[in-house]
Design a protein around this ligand. Structure first.
Ligand code: GDP
Ligand code: ZN
Length: 302
């Protein structure tokens, strides 16, 4: 009987049952290994999609969870009575999906970037429906995209109908665990289908077992054919900012970091304070006025 402790990554969970990707190398199988079903004790109720765990085969022919391994971060949503509920863990990157119709709200893009920073995750900005850009994109929109690029974000033009940008997105996702965020109708499902044409093996395995159809309300980890993972579910896609304080907000405007070292006050909110170097950087054109104005608006709305 093999009682070796293995490592694994949680694909999804159904009550006390976890579907786990086996990450322990087995010499006889270097091809794709089938997911393992693991039973989790009560104390592992907090384990979610994306978690790394230790597990072992037990003598009864099934497998059990031994340990939840430390997380890099966790995505939470307000649950019962507003108490935060964890829905996914270990997310490296937010893919912020936007389109020209419905039109892009740059406020919302900034909010997602703040969320990414709070999670200590990277962010990619996707502008989908490039076929509609000529008709709908304004000078201000192009300027906004350039600003994000100037401060270090990847901005990717895509067309989920033709596949434009698919390869570039796959490359950006290939060594990470990503989630898609963005408002309804921008093309998240269409893009997901493009990057995972053979959707979706893991879900199929569950349905075949006779335990009923797997609904996508629970977050699920998908292994991408070109490398990397996508964690997806309606709840993950609707992910929005929870409560943030002034510090989270200014941390989310990454281009403020360097100049803020020279603000007269340590706790400068870059609003009205004298000797604010962020404001000077806005005045001399180093920081985008539009980004700064959105920051100030968000600051006053806190
Ligand atoms: P989601 O709500 O973000 O998942 O968006 P969907 O993937 O369901 O797409 C919403 C609508 O936009 C669908 O009718 C898609 O066919 C359409 N769509 C998606 N990508 C593109 C695109 O690149 N160009 C155009 N013109 N339509 C697109
Ligand atoms: Zn300042």
């Amino acid at each position: 009987m093999n009682t070796t402790i293995n490592t694994g990554r949680v694909i999804t969970r159904f009550g006390a049952e976890l579907l786990v990707e086996n990450l322990s190398q087995s010499s006889s199988q270097n091809s794709l290994q089938a997911p393992v079903r693991c039973t989790a004790k009560r104390k592992f109720d907090t384990i979610v999609c994306g978690d790394s765990i230790n597990w072992h085969h037990n003598p009864h022919g099934n497998a059990s969870v031994d340990d939840l391994l430390p997380r890099t971060n966790a995505l939470t949503r307000p649950g019962y009575r507003g108490r935060p509920r964890t829905i996914a863990a270990n997310i490296d990157q937010l893919v912020i999906v936007n389109s020209w119709l419905p039109e892009t709200s740059w406020d919302l893009v900034d909010r997602y970037l703040i969320a990414a920073k709070q999670l200590n995750a990277q962010a990619v900005i996707v502008m989908n429906k490039s076929d509609l850009a000529e008709e709908h994109a304004t000078e201000e929109d192009w300027q906004a995209m350039k600003t994000y690029q100037d401060i270090g974000y990847q901005v990717l033009q895509m067309n989920a109908l033709t596949g434009e940008g698919t390869k570039e997105l796959q490359d950006l996702m290939s060594d990470k665990t990503s989630i898609f965020s963005g408002r309804s109708g921008v093309g998240k499902s269409s893009i997901a289908n493009k990057i995972m044409p053979e959707l979706d093996i893991t879900v199929g395995i569950i349905s075949d077992s006779g335990e009923g159809k797997h609904t996508t309300t629970t977050a699920t980890l998908y292994k991408l054919p070109k490398g990397g993972y996508l964690i997806d579910s309606p709840g993950v896609r609707d992910y929005a900012l929870g409560n943030i304080d002034t510090q989270d907000l200014s941390d989310g405007y990454i281009e403020f970091k360097d100049p803020s070292e020279y603000c007269r006050f340590n706790n400068c909110s870059h609003d009205h304070e004298p000797g604010c170097s962020v404001r000077s950087a806005v005045d001399n054109g180093e920081i985008s006025k539009q980004r700064y104005q959105r920051y100030i608006q968000a600051l006053h709305a806190l």
